[in-house]
Design a protein around this ligand. Structure first.
Ligand code: BTN
Length: 255
C-alpha cells in the first residue's frame, strides 16, 4: 500500500497531533514502534501508521486483525497522570466524531473503548503507558478502525465487526478519513491538556449505561445493571443481588 499519510504532517489544522507521521507498509504492531519513540522522548503527537500489522494487539491480551483497508495507528502522548485515564475517552470520541462526519447514524461507544455502529464493532482503542510513581513517562493511543475492510477475513470476535464503507455504502477515502481523525483527536487532546475533562461527553455516548450487562470480574461472572461510570472511567455495576461493584477493566456483554 502507498504512503498516503506522512505527507499530511504539518499540513493539517492541528496543534500537536500529526506534527510528524511515520508510515510503515508492514509492521508487527504500531504500539511497539510508538513505545520505542516514547522511551527516547520523541515528539508529542507523533503518529505511527501501518499499512498492515502482523502482530496487532487488542485489549485484554487479544490479537487485533488489521487487514488491508483497515487503519492501524498509534499516537505518542505525554499526558499528566491526573488525566491519563481520559485518553481512552479521547480516542473513542475522536473516532466516533469522525465516523459521524460520514453521515453514520446509530453509532456509540461500548464501555470502555469499542466504537459501534448499530451494535457491531467498527473500531477499538488501546492505551498503553509507562508510569513511574506520579510521572507518566509516555502514553500511546492505539486506534484500529475498519474503514474499507473486507469483512470476510475476520475470525471469531467477541462482537460482530462492522466496516465503515459497508455502513455508508461507498468506499472511504482513507487519507481524508485520517485527516479528519487527526483534527478531531487534536481538538479533544488539546482540550484535555488545557484542563477540559471529556468525561461527560464520553458518558453521554456510552451505549452501555442503563443496560443489563454481564462481565467477567476476576474469577466471577457478574450480571447486573450498568448504572454509571466513575470520574476515572470505571464502570459502576449494580449486581442482581443489589451490590455495587466498580469495574476498571473488562469486556461487557450487553444483554
Ligand atoms: C481493542 O478493541 O481491543 C483495541 C484494538 C486496538 C488496535 C490498534 S491497531 C493500531 C494499534 N496497534 C496495535 O497493535 N493495536 C492498536
Amino acid at each position: 500500500m502507498d504512503d498516503i499519510y506522512s505527507g499530511l504532517a504539518g499540513r493539517m489544522d492541528t496543534r500537536l497531533i500529526g506534527c510528524e507521521i511515520n508510515y510503515y507498509p508492514a509492521l508487527y504492531s504500531t504500539m511497539d514502534v510508538a513505545r520505542e519513540k516514547g522511551l527516547s522522548g520523541d515528539k508529542e503527537g507523533l503518529v505511527i501508521v501501518a499499512g498492515q500489522q502482523t502482530g496487532g494487539r487488542g485489549r485484554q491480551g487479544r490479537t487485533w486483525f488489521s487487514p488491508e483497508g483497515s487503519l492501524a495507528l498509534s499516537i505518542l502522548c505525554y499526558p499528566e497522570k491526573s488525566w491519563l485515564s481520559e485518553l481512552v475517552m479521547c480516542g473513542s470520541l475522536s473516532i466516533l466524531d469522525t465516523i459521524e462526519q460520514y453521515g453514520v447514524k446509530e453509532a456509540g461507544i461500548k464501555w470502555p473503548n469499542d466504537v459501534l455502529i448499530g451494535g457491531r464493532k467498527v473500531a477499538g482503542v488501546l492505551i498503553e503507558s509507562r508510569v513511574l510513581a506520579d510521572t507518566v513517562i509516555f502514553a500511546v493511543i492505539g486506534m484500529g478502525i475498519n474503514i474499507n475492510s473486507n469483512m470476510t477475513g475476520f475470525r471469531e470476535m467477541l462482537i460482530a465487526p462492522a466496516s465503515l464503507a459497508v455502513e455508508v455504502g461507498r468506499a472511504i477515502d482513507a487519507q481524508g478519513f485520517f485527516h479528519h481523525l487527526m483534527e478531531n483527536t487534536d481538538r479533544l487532546y488539546c482540550g484535555l491538556k488545557s484542563g477540559n475533562s471529556l468525561l461527560d461527553q464520553w458518558k453521554s455516548r456510552l451505549v452501555t449505561l442503563g443496560r443489563e450487562v454481564s462481565i467477567m470480574h476476576g474469577p466471577s461472572f457478574l450480571r447486573g445493571l450498568a448504572r454509571d461510570v466513575t470520574p476515572e472511567g470505571s464502570l459502576l455495576l449494580e449486581t442482581e443481588s443489589g451490590e455495587e461493584v466498580i469495574i476498571s477493566a473488562g469486556d461487557v456483554t450487553l444483554e
